[in-house]
Design a protein around this ligand. Structure first.
Ligand code: NAD
Ligand code: TYD
Length: 352
């Protein structure tokens, strides 16, 4: 019988790359993607996989335990890679309860159901929880997040992810559920919804719309190209030690202002516009409440123990990302019509 892996949130940004990676690389696995298709979930991200014989899609909501049970009962997965989440910090500030519902309750529903179906034989089972470095809080000018760094979340998003991480560890410690957790830095690349900084910037430059930078643009993030994250998840899923946490990072730190200026320069080149024309769109706007100053990852554990090495640096990753968005303007147009327009107006109104 084929090994069945349940991937949650596979129609989203990172999930779609993880699904593609596993469907293509492991034809001997049956990959079941469960996704409720929120504004961030998009089956077009997986169009190329529709006819793959080892790929299945189910529209389902992880915050409803009966739906999760139905999937376990029918497909009998022996592995879970859990990515489904509400993922945007700004939306968590205006609607925190949605984050509790999916990120906390949804995760516990999956843990509880996995335990129910696996507890008689925990051999060859694994629950891989995909989390974020934001659970560790905010760094000052120096220092790096290690796997041992204390949790100190500040936004409803990071608090909900921290809570879900605690539940995953609790199921490991209390019930011996085999788990691994990965905490990754900021991702970017094809198919990212343009509410996040990099695709928002690309979309705005394309349409000559102002680029909103929170505060002074001095906040700093460590950026990882999304297919490198998928590769790291594969390594941890197959070779990670039960109960362990692995931080994943690209070692590509940049302040937001520096990052946006890099994108402006690359867009000017790609669009054949005058040098510095995109930079004129930059606007400094009111800061995000509770805005974490700096995230940076110490990725030595996954490098030394599992041999992980990212293939993209920030420049090559941004070039590839910009090329993808310019070649997929239809995708961008579709996801920025409807709900996105409302969100954008509401979130940035008063800033323009
Ligand atoms: P995303 O918002 O693009 O995708 C999330 C997906 O989850 C969507 O397809 C959505 O429809 C689905 N989903 C939401 N609620 C659901 C529910 N109740 N039931 C089933 N499906 C549901 O997010 P992303 O950026 O791809 O992030 C994926 C995961 O990786 C998240 O757990 C996030 O916390 C984590 N992560 C993201 C980043 C990043 O930079 N984007 C970095 C580190 C970790
Ligand atoms: P984002 O892509 O939302 O990821 P996260 O908040 O999870 O790190 O934001 C990345 C950084 O960019 C963060 O410091 C906030 C900042 N930012 C802006 O300056 N302007 C924007 O319009 C957005 C969406 C983000």
């Amino acid at each position: 019988m084929m090994k069945t892996i349940l991937i949650t949130g596979g129609a989203g940004f990172i999930g779609s790359h993880v699904v593609r990676h596993f469907v293509k690389k492991y034809p001997q696995y049956r990959i079941v993607n469960v996704d409720v298709l929120t504004y961030a979930g998009n089956l077009e991200n997986l169009k190329d996989l529709e006819h793959e014989s080892n790929y299945y899609f189910i529209k389902g909501d992880i915050s409803k335990i009966q739906e999760v049970e139905n999937i376990f009962s029918y497909y009998k997965p022996t592995g879970v890679i859990h990515l489904a989440a509400e993922s945007h910090v700004d939306r968590s500030i205006t609607n925190p309860l949605a984050f509790v519902q999916t990120n906390v309750i949804g995760t516990v529903n999956l843990l509880q159901t996995a335990l129910k179906y696996w507890q008689d034989d925990l051999q060859n089972k694994l629950f891989h929880h995909v989390s974020t470095d934001e659970v560790y809080g905010s760094l000052g000018e120096t220092g790096l997040f290690k796997e041992t760094t204390c949790y100190d979340p500040h936004s409803p998003y990071s608090a909900s992810k921290a809570s879900s991480d605690h539940f995953v560890r609790a199921y490991s410690d209390t019930y011996a559920l085999p788990v691994v957790i990965t905490n990754c830095s900021n991702n970017y690349g094809p198919n990212q919804f343009p509410e996040k900084l990099i695709p928002l910037c690309i979309n705005n430059i394309l349409h000559g719309i102002e680029i909103p930078i929170y505060g002074k643009g001095e906040n700093s993030r460590d950026w990882l190209y999304v297919t490198d994250h998928a590769e790291a998840i594969d390594l941890v899923f197959h070779q990670g030690k039960f109960g362990e946490t692995y931080n994943i990072g690209g070692n590509q730190e940049s302040t937001n202002l520096n990052l946006v200026e890099m994108i402006c320069d690359l867009m000017d080149q790609e669009l054949d516009r005058d040098k510095n024309s995109s930079k004129k769109l930059i606007r400094f706007v009111k800061d995000r409440p509770g805005h974490d100053f700096r995230y940076a990852i110490d990725a030595n554990k996954i490098k030394n123990e599992l041999g992980f090495k990212p293939t993209y640096n920030l420049k090559s990753g941004l070039e590839a990302t910009i090329k993808w968005y310019l070649q997929n303007k239809n995708w961008l147009d579709k996801v920025t019509s409807g709900e996105y327009k409302e969100y954008y107006k509401k979130h940035y109104q008063g800033e323009k």
